[in-house]
Design a protein around this ligand. Structure first.
Ligand code: UD1
Length: 433
């Protein structure tokens, strides 16, 4: 087990290159086994969630060959099982994308039932509703969810809640159904569009991804392709917040500025400077404290829930009173107690956090409760006075590629050391003075 140790106070300065989007890559990896031909994926982020899903598809017989750290070739012609073990779903919920992918290709699939997770209970009723509407029988037994269909037939599906996961899962199954499907009230996140573009590059016929209504004309077969995954909107947003929190000046490269609009708009509203280029954004902090704002998380193009902890942390260092309302997941303020230990003044009532900005944080020992909150705590540590340790960094490693390397290159003083290694802590303290 490892932890991050850091000395705060250095403004982040320089350039950082953003990796491929984890959440797009998860859908795309699952979809890539829907053909018997070889698929080459580029700009795949080298993070734990991706490595686990690659293992899961290898386990059922797909061939996976790494061309380099961020490029893989996948061949699903030798798949011998349609059943995904609990071991994988326990490590990464998105293994359930194999339900839709295998159902589309083989007309049956079986995946251990995902439980809740650290950010709340997470139902999958909309996934099930979509599969059933396409004609599949869906059974839940012995901790597994199993789908089976004699034939999958295109149909009209109305999603009762806007769900990224359900939209992707149902879109994959519909891509190989007979006839036309219409998915209404679909999620519009950039990764939905990326998965649809990827499927289309394999010969699928999907229109309208990125709008509320996705139209899928089923095809009999999909073919091999080469595809490069879009940049990670949330990794980019995290570095944007870090630049502002440390009063730095960072050019964030390999991004699609359009995907960052909700994030850029809030930073500008708070007083930071955001410059947009074709495929980069530059964020410049200010010497004074930033100003307050109110934030409510919403499905895209609204403010992303995956940026909520980073912004709450930034607002906790800004002037005045701010309110952050979490409307997607019920349990996403677990990091607040940790931030409080660093000096933040935040009270949580239900799904709302009331924040009174403070002048600064002081370093402390804190624990990452989940992926994005973990990144927010690292950001707090980099802005704080003194030394901070963040443990449970396995969560952070799920979704941030080479996190400490990228931060170090921007001037952060941060290292990865074993948990409970007092000697390593002392050594770091001596080194940084
Ligand atoms: C995805 C992202 C996650 C992000 C979230 C919201 C991946 C791998 N993860 O998660 O990082 O925080 O989108 O942008 O892409 N819901 C139901 N029934 C369902 C499905 C969802 O009620 O069948 C609810 C959920 O409880 C939640 C809301 O819908 O309140 C949105 O969830 P959803 O968009 O499905 O999130 P995920 O796909 O799990």
């Amino acid at each position: 087990m490892e932890q991050y140790i850091m000395k705060g106070g250095n403004p982040l300065k320089g350039e950082v290159t953003i990796s491929g989007a984890k959440n797009a890559a998860l859908g795309i990896l699952a979809a890539s086994i829907m053909t018997d031909e070889t698929v080459t994926l580029e700009n795949l982020p080298n993070v734990r969630d991706i490595r686990v899903l690659l293992q899961a598809i290898q386990e059922i017989g797909a061939r996976v060959e790494y061309v380099d750290t961020n490029t893989v070739k996948i061949n699903g012609s030798n798949i011998s099982s349609i059943s995904i073990d609990y071991e994988f779903i326990r490590k990464i919920r998105a293994s359930y994308y194999l339900l839709g992918a295998l159902l589309g290709k083989y007309r049956k699939s079986q995946v251990a039932l995902p439980g809740g997770c650290n950010i709340g209970s997470r139902p999958i009723d909309q996934h099930i509703k979509g599969f059933k509407a396409l004609g599949a029988e869906v059974r839940i037994e012995q901790g597994m969810i199993a789908t089976e269909a004699e034939s999958l037939v295109g149909t009209h599906i109305y999603m009762d809640v806007v769900s990224v996961g359900a939209t992707i899962n149902v879109m994959m199954a519909a891509a190989m159904a007979e006839g036309k499907s219409i998915i209404e009230n679909a999620a519009k996140e950039p990764h939905i569009v990326d998965v649809a573009n990827f499927l289309n590059s394999m010969g699928a016929n999907i229109k309208g991804a990125g709008t509320d209504v996705i139209r899928v004309q089923g095809v009999e077969k999909l073919h091999g392709t080469e595809y490069s995954i879009i940049p990670d909107q949330i990794e980019a947003g995290t570095f944007m917040c870090m630049a502002a929190a440390t009063k730095g000046d960072v050019l964030i490269k390999n991004v699609i500025p359009k995907h960052l609009e909700a994030i850029s708009a809030k930073l500008v509203e708070m007083g930071a400077t955001v410059e947009e280029y074709d495929d980069a954004v530059r964020v410049v902090g200010i010497e004074d404290r930033l100003g307050p704002t109110h934030i409510k998380t919403l499905p895209y193009p609204g403010f992303p829930t995956d940026m909520q902890p980073q912004f709450a942390t930034l607002l906790a260092l800004s002037e005045g009173s701010s309110i952050v309302t979490e409307s997607i997941f019920e349990n996403r303020f677990k990091y607040v107690d940790e931030l409080t230990r660093m000096g933040a003044k935040i009270t949580v009532e239900g799904n709302t956090a009331f924040i009174e900005g403070v002048e600064g944080f002081s370093g402390a020992k804190v624990s990452a409760p989940d992926l994005r909150a973990g990144a927010a705590l690292v950001m707090a540590g980099l802005a704080a006075e003194g030394i901070t340790t963040v443990d449970q960094i396995e969560f952070i490693q799920r979704g941030y590629e080479a996190f400490e390397d990228k931060l170090t290159a921007l001037g952060a003083v941060i290292e990865r050391i074993p948990v409970d290694d007092e000697k390593a802590v002392k050594k770091f303290e001596l080194k940084v003075g």
